[in-house]
Ligand binder design. Structure first.
Ligand SMILES: NC(=O)c1ccc[n+]([C@@H]2O[C@H](COP(=O)([O-])OP(=O)(O)OC[C@H]3O[C@@H](n4cnc5c(N)ncnc54)[C@H](O)[C@@H]3O)[C@@H](O)[C@H]2O)c1
Length: 321
């Protein structure tokens, strides 16, 4: 199999001063990419700033013979997003790959969130993805090539306790991906990665609000089964694929957990179709709930237009019965 090669490609990885982002940068650079290593370098709650994190990763890449520059802008501002894309152009003349990896957390129970906790997390994960991706996307459209990777989390798409702000912001990546993918020209591709790894700074810190003991015990019992594959390098393999010209699909979501690689998708059940103009009663809904909920037959629409086709198909089926 031909080796995935990033020679001549330029990548921007946000929040890349440690954890998964660092691993992505090292892997991309080792295969020839010139890399902009962005990191604000603050606390896991998103407070403060430091140049040390990004600088260390740049030094590592250069020591191994790779090409990299550091950038310390915040993804959470429009100026910051524009600044890091400009850094790629100034240093390397183009931008081919954007990995929206930067992240913070402010974990609370749902009833305890302040507006500041909500805003701080949405600002980095959700608005940050807009602010970084938009200026890069414009350039990618002009050059007719680009690979955009958004980063989601199982905390939202499947759900984990004590992080409603984070889970909601991360699941928004699915909507952002779906819409960009509909608008993007051929060969500007956007996909979503759902990583899991130890070693990042978001894994919990003293003073964090923790899930209840029952959840922690249930999670703890599963750890021995997946811990072997929890190294950031397991995730970097999938990231490199999504960032490469070997990836030709857009609008796909992939999970990496404990050595298992899976596609995540949003589908809808074949459901129940009510023909005609007379709306059903709530009792009709109850009467057909088993059919509405039946997961044995489902569709995976690739757009809102595609979902309309499932209604047309249901109407045809009903007419034939
Ligand atoms: N580690 C996991 O198991 C896991 C699971 C699901 C999702 N994720 C996601 O993967 C990404 C990386 O996670 P990690 O565990 O390596 O975390 P990490 O904390 O080690 O890395 C995130 C980095 O983002 C930087 N950052 C924070 N706010 C920033 C801002 N405004 N601008 C620029 N940089 C900023 C931080 O300084 C930090 O270095 C995050 O988006 C995280 O939500 C991680």
């Amino acid at each position: 199999m031909t080796k995935i090669d990033f020679s001549g490609r330029v990548a921007l990885v946000t929040g890349a001063g440690g954890g998964l982002g660092r691993e992505y940068c090292l892997a991309l650079a080792a295969r020839g990419a010139a890399v902009v290593v962005n990191d604000l370098g603050g606390s896991t709650a998103g407070e403060g700033a430091s140049t040390d994190y990004a600088d260390r990763v740049v030094d590592e890449i250069r020591a191994a013979g790779g090409k990299a520059v550091a950038n310390y802008d915040s993804v959470a501002t429009e100026a910051g997003g524009a600044g890091m894309v400009r850094a790629a152009i100034e240093a390397f003349d183009r931008i081919d790959i954007v990995v929206n990896n930067a992240g913070n957390q402010r974990n609370r129970r749902f009833g305890e969130f302040s507006e500041a906790d909500i805003d701080a997390v949405l600002a980095v994960h959700l608005k940050g993805a807009f602010f970084v991706t938009q200026p890069a996307y414009t350039l990618m459209c002009r050059q007719g090539y680009g690979r955009i990777v958004l980063v989601g989390s199982q905390s939202g798409i499947f759900g984990n306790p004590i992080r409603a702000n984070y889970g909601a912001a991360k699941t928004a990546m699915m909507g952002l991906m779906n819409v960009i993918a509909q608008e993007a020209p051929t060969d500007v591709l956007v996909n979503c990665l759902f990583p899991n790894a130890v070693g990042g700074r978001l894994g919990g810190k003293p003073g964090d609000v923790r899930p209840d003991a029952e959840f922690l015990a249930a999670a703890g019992a599963k750890v021995p089964h997946y811990i072997d594959g929890m190294q950031p390098s397991f995730v970097a393999a999938m990231l490199c694929y999504l960032a490469s010209d070997r990836c030709t699909s857009s609008q796909n979501m992939y999970s990496v957990l404990g050595g298992k690689y899976s596609r995540i998708f949003a589908g809808l059940t074949e459901g129940w179709f009510r023909p005609g103009k007379v709306p059903p009663t709530p009792e009709d809904i109850v009467a057909h709930l088993a059919q509405i909920d039946d997961l044995s037959r489902y569709d995976v629409p690739r757009s809102g237009l595609d979902e309309m086709d499932t209604v047309i198909a249901a109407k045809r089926r009903t007419a034939q019965e």
